[in-house]
Design a protein around this ligand. Structure first.
Ligand code: UD1
Length: 332
């Protein structure tokens, strides 16, 4: 199959491209490299022995997207590309709406023009807002607390309206929980520029002494030890979920949402302790005030994804913390 992957050079995108190439799919990547580096392409080739077609373009430029579809017969699109920093989205909401929504509208219009109506969309558990019950099921009410989350939710609405207008579309919306870890080759992984927003990249930078200590945002939540609980999922398991979703959209004509998580919730303190034990390294931390917008607990009910997609995670929490650390050691 010819699969277009937007944002294919990013953290989840690059791991998905590797799985697709290893599955003998043809991959075409669109990425503007705003949050990724060109050397990822060589690393993908090193891992798989194959080099995907690559276009360094911005999806907001519709004519350029059109050219990619003229050059390739695309069977299905996996759409990752988008800005994703929560704090930045609060400061620059128009940038987030402009970028994430216009790029998606362009992509959908060009897909429609070329009669390519199979799509896997990268959404987030952020669309559940502050869930009233746990674990989170796909039919829970949706809401958001920041512009980044709102762009994901608006796109979900757009896709549902599009499907209603034309049931020839087949769309899988994947709601990711908290992806961490790295490919076991340690050639690709997550290494954000500057001070990381998310927990695991921050822990890793403390471990390699690029940052002094971890700030734990609150220990007075209604959780097992007072710190925030999340559903961490190994990025390789998550990437494999996309192959299952591609199979689904190729064999059905519907729109549906799937939680991609393990179903296990771990607290910040449990994450720090596991990281320290597995990697045999200390991670100094301080308890500080809660981060605004954070919720106490967020973890998936993964039953529907298992039933419908046959999706199951194989990696353990130990694999996740080991691979996150080893990737940085190998790419300091
Ligand atoms: C965050 C985003 C979410 C996005 C996801 C992408 C917020 C409020 N939410 O989710 O919209 O989809 O990333 O991966 O930013 N923590 C610390 N110290 C830190 C960093 C985090 O204690 O330096 C804690 C947080 O309070 C939370 C847990 O670690 O309890 C996980 O945080 P993080 O990795 O930022 O993910 P989310 O907040 O779940």
């Amino acid at each position: 199959m010819n699969i277009l992957v937007t944002g294919g050079m990013g953290f989840i995108g690059s791991h998905t491209v590797v799985e697709l190439l290893e599955n003998n799919d043809e991959v075409i990547i669109i990425d503007n490299l705003i949050n990724s580096k060109i050397d990822v392409l060589d690393k993908i080739e090193k891992i798989t022995g194959k080099k995907p077609a690559f276009y360094q373009i911005n999806l907001c430029d519709k004519d350029l997207v059109e050219k990619v579809f003229s050059n390739h017969q695309i069977d299905v699109v996996i759409h990752f590309a988008g800005l994703k920093a929560v704090g930045e989205s609060v400061e620059k909401p128009l940038l987030y709406y402009q970028n994430n929504l216009i790029s998606t509208l362009n992509l959908l219009e060009v897909m429609k023009n070329h009669n390519c109506k199979k799509l896997v969309f990268s959404s987030s558990a952020t669309v559940y807002g502050s869930p009233k019950f746990l674990p989170i099921k796909e039919d829970f009410p949706l809401s958001t607390t920041n512009p980044y989350g709102s762009t994901k939710l608006f796109i979900e609405h757009m896709l549902k309206d599009l499907y209603t207008s034309d049931p020839e579309w087949s769309i899988a919306i994947l709601r990711y929980f908290n992806p961490i870890g790295a490919h076991p080759s340690y050639l690709i992984g997550e290494n954000p520029n500057g001070i990381p927003n998310n927990l695991m990249p921050y822990i890793v930078k403390v471990a390699i002494k690029q940052l002094d200590h971890l700030n734990i945002f609150g220990n007075d939540y209604q959780t097992k030890d007072g710190t925030g609980v999340r559903d961490y999922i190994h990025v390789v398991d998550l990437a494999k979920g996309h192959l299952k979703a591609v199979q689904k959209v190729m064999t059905t004509n519907k729109i549906d949402c799937y939680n991609l998580g393990t179903g296990n919730g771990y607290s910040v303190l449990e994450m720090v302790e596991t990281f320290e034990q597995v990697n045999n390294i200390e991670v100094p931390y301080q308890i500080v005030a809660r981060r605004s917008g954070d919720i106490a607990q967020c973890y998936a009910d993964p039953t529907y994804a298992k039933q419908e997609l046959g999706f199951e995670c194989e990696k353990t929490l130990e694999d996740m913390v080991k691979d996150s650390y080893q990737y940085i050691i190998n790419n300091k």
